[in-house]
Design a protein around this ligand. Structure first.
Ligand SMILES: C[S@@+](CC[C@H](N)C(=O)[O-])C[C@H]1O[C@@H](n2cnc3c(N)ncnc32)[C@H](O)[C@@H]1O
Ligand code: SF4
Length: 375
């Protein structure tokens, strides 16, 4: 089983916090898509996996027309073996999801929408430089729910001008709808972003970690009380609505990345496509190498397993570690976990290590202390 990730590298404008790969010029949109179609053909030649999820991510996939989306799906169906229960997600920005667009999408093979709401607070949206306001998001959710029940909403907490009150209000507004999946990310101040520059120049002051934790904790309690399952640090889902695409990353499954900057993983080798639209097109057209790759060592794969496992409800299995990496690795993790078990940040049951509620928010930091650096 494997997933396919399609990176649509275009956005209307640059959000101040974002360092994903995208271009704000859409003039060469159709050449990029044609090259992506060619990349699907190329990568299908070496692949016999059954595809269980297709994910249109970005950038802004909702800038494509429904016929462009359908052409990409069509070539995947033609070239790969497809699972009967395939999940096909489209990431969409609120201003693009008009009722007409949603209706057309519901007639395509897309069966899940992920909407980038980020916040319902207009001053937060302005600080983020989002290209929509809160009313557009509300209309868009109304539209989407008319045709899709498998709907996910993206939110960002810990924004510099947010506070406990504005975050609580955001979550309260969300209760107006029955939404089956929510991804809520702590703001990361990424390099090469406007936000990073504003903070360096002291134009904007970031929140301190305690305030961010307060927002996280409030959200965690609230979503659990509303019967969401926190199946991964940032992902909350009603029963039966876990994202197949995201779960495949966390469970270490294979994925095939298509498009500029897209990453792929075949179980041992990770590769990443060139993050430049014109160079990507040129190299695909000229049959030149358009990606770089690295072989993950056993230690790399172990460290990744620990990092992702601690973020999820599936935890880190000692039996899996012994089987895949050897006893030396399971001794390492048992020994290094002790400190965090005593601090009530980790717990072990059924030969699996999990983060407790207290440790969850710090899971990446804890994982890095459990890593093996040299063997
Ligand atoms: C890369 S975007 C693509 C989807 C779509 N263009 C959008 O903006 O809604 C996917 C999600 O990543 C999250 N994201 C991007 N940069 C982030 C950052 N620096 N900190 C936290 N979340 C971020 C946002 O919630 C966003 O919805
Ligand atoms: S958050 Fe989404 S819309 Fe904003 S720049 Fe990043 S990819 Fe584009």
């Amino acid at each position: 089983m494997a997933g396919i990730y399609l990176h649509i590298p275009f956005c209307k404008q640059a959000c101040h916090y974002c360092n994903f790969h995208f271009s704000t010029s859409i003039t060469n949109k159709h050449v990029v898509i044609n090259s992506m179609i060619k990349e699907v053909e190329i990568k299908s030649r070496f692949n016999s996996d059954i595809i269980e999820s297709i994910y249109f991510g970005g950038g802004t996939p909702s800038l494509l027309s429904v016929s462009e989306i359908n052409n990409l799906i069509k070539i995947i169906y033609k070239k790969f073996k497809i699972s009967e229960n395939i999940e096909i997600t489209l990431e969409a920005n609120p201003e693009d999801l008009t009722l007409d667009m949603v209706k057309k999408l519901s007639l395509s093979l897309i069966n899940r929408l992920s909407i980038g709401v980020q916040s319902f607070n207009d001053s937060e949206l302005k600080m983020m430089n989002r290209s929509h306001n809160s009313n557009q998001s509300k209309n868009c959710i109304d539209n989407a729910l008319k045709y899709f029940d498998n709907l996910s909403i993206d939110l960002i907490y810990g924004m510099p001008n947010s506070n406990f009150r504005t975050w609580a209000k955001n979550l309260q507004i969300l209760e107006n709808w029955e939404i089956n999946h929510i991804s809520a990310y702590a703001l990361t101040v990424e390099s090469n972003t406007a936000l990073k520059k504003f903070i360096e120049k002291k134009i904007i002051m970031p929140l301190d970690e305690e305030e961010v934790y307060e927002q996280y904790n409030f959200m965690y309690e609230k979503f659990l009380s509303l019967n969401y399952i926190n199946y991964e640090l940032s992902s909350f889902s009603k029963e039966g609505y876990f994202s197949k695409n995201n779960s495949s990353y966390w469970l270490g499954k294979k994925y095939i990345g298509i498009g500029p900057s897209a990453h792929s993983f075949d179980g041992k080798i990770r590769s990443w496509n060139i993050s430049n639209n014109s160079k990507y097109v040129k190299q695909i057209i000229n049959n030149e190498l358009f990606y770089q790759k690295e072989h993950l060592t056993k230690i790399d794969r172990y460290n990744e397993y620990v990092m992702t496992g601690l973020r999820t409800i599936w935890g880190v299995s000692l039996d899996h570690i012994e089987e895949k990496f050897g006893k030396k690795f399971s001794y390492n993790i048992i020994k290094k976990s002790k400190k965090f078990i005593d601090l009530n940040m980790l717990e072990i049951f059924d030969r699996k290590i999990f983060t407790t509620k207290k440790g969850k928010f710090l899971s990446d930091g804890i994982a890095s202390e459990l890593f093996i650096i040299n063997c």
